[in-house]
Design a protein around this ligand. Structure first.
Ligand code: 2P0
Length: 354
């Protein structure tokens, strides 16, 4: 009918990733170009993901965003506009070069609804999955033939760590050397099927969102920490090589040692920032000691688990599946109030156990 309106709607999800070699520091804040390579493990989408629905219509007046059901003002959100601008430019190329006339979606305002299936307040990385879901859903909405690595370059301009959530499995973010960021993108080191015995346990130490934001914190680190310069120059390049090899060899010893050392160095760099940034609390540090004691009980001296911490107090424990139940029992024994995200359904009664 004459009153019909054209709306195209697409929904996609994107997973959370947890770095084992940490990204911390930008050489270009506007383009989100990092000071070092990083490497992460993408977690199963079944448990933790951001789900984004985008509608495009010529009848919408402007771009709008609803985050977990609440509308956010995005007029000053540069990072979202980066993602809109880049994907619309690719759509425009497609429209201009197509033999058949295409719907001019590149000119339509969009409505974006995004939600996490985990509490944003849990201090778990939500910007990575959220911005990855935004870019991936825009690419689907616009039918872009763009490769995943090229999409990761766009997601990077939404949030640095988001570029790694475009791939499953084991993912490197190559910092690149160009000033325009054309070679700063994510590549898959190995798919999730490569090492299915490796599992992640998320221990929610504190579910309040507080402290220094990553974006602000890392800029202060770049400006003030001499230890960061040592890390960038002398530590990360060798760790990236060793970590990639450990993953390809399914070598948990090397994987675990580098993971723990890199988490510790990231938090040391935070302490070396002036004024210092504190993300770990007493419970975080107690879990670090507990994992080292647990590893020390190993009869053959082989590591049984590795911890890692991001810009908050919550622990992520990587371990071979066979050790997970023991680790959960250990942590619940020492921390009776501990909450877990229970991705492998050890506790079928509910997602989170106390
Ligand atoms: C990481 N983190 O590699 C590191 C470890 C936190 C600690 O990536 O400014 O939210 O959006 O690029 O991606 C957090 O930084 O910062 C982060 P922006 P982002 O996962």
């Amino acid at each position: 009918s004459a009153n019909a309106i054209m709306v195209k709607v697409v929904t996609c999800t994107a997973p959370v990733n947890i770095a084992v070699i940490k990204y911390w520091g930008k050489r270009n804040a506007a383009l989100i170009l990092p000071t070092n390579d990083s490497l992460s493990v993408t977690l199963s989408q079944d448990i933790l993901h951001s789900k984004t629905t985008i509608a495009a219509s010529p009848d919408f007046s402007h771009d709008r965003l609803w985050l977990n059901g609440k509308e956010e003002d995005i007029t000053k959100n540069k990072r979202m506009h980066n993602c809109f601008r880049e994907t619309r430019a690719l759509r425009k190329q497609l429209e201009d070069s197509s033999a058949e006339p295409l719907e001019p979606l590149s000119t339509y305002p969009v409505h974006v609804c995004s939600e996490n299936n985990f509490p944003t307040a849990a201090g778990l990385a939500s910007s990575a999955s959220g911005l990855a879901a935004l870019v991936f859903t825009l690419a689907r909405l616009f039918d872009l033939p763009t490769s995943t690595s090229d999409l990761s370059r766009i997601a990077r301009q939404g949030s640095g760590s988001a570029c790694r959530s475009l791939f499953g499995g084991f993912v490197a973010w190559e910092m690149g050397s160009r000033d325009d960021g054309a070679d700063s993108l994510a590549v898959q080191v190995a798919p999730e099927t490569h090492w299915p015995e490796l599992q992640a346990l998320i221990c929610v130490v504190d579910d309040a969102k507080k402290g220094t934001s990553s974006t602000e914190g890392m800029q202060n680190t770049v400006a003030t920490s001499p230890l960061l310069q040592h890390r960038i120059r002398d530590v990360v390049p060798e760790r990236m090589r060793d970590m990639k090899k450990a993953i390809l060899d399914r070598d948990f010893q090397t994987f675990a040692e580098i993971t723990m050392r890199d988490s510790n160095q990231f938090h040391a760099v935070c302490l070396d920032t002036f004024p210092p940034i504190f993300y770990l609390n007493d419970v975080s540090r107690a879990i670090i000691r507990l994992i080292h004691e647990y590893n020390a009980t190993s009869p053959d001296g082989r590591l049984k688990a590795a911890y890692t911490y991001d810009a908050g107090p919550n622990a992520v424990i990587y371990a071979p599946k066979q050790n997970m139940k023991e680790i959960i029992h250990l942590i619940t024994r020492y921390f009776p109030g501990a909450d877990f995200v229970d991705p492998y359904n050890f506790f079928p009664e509910g997602e989170v156990v106390g």
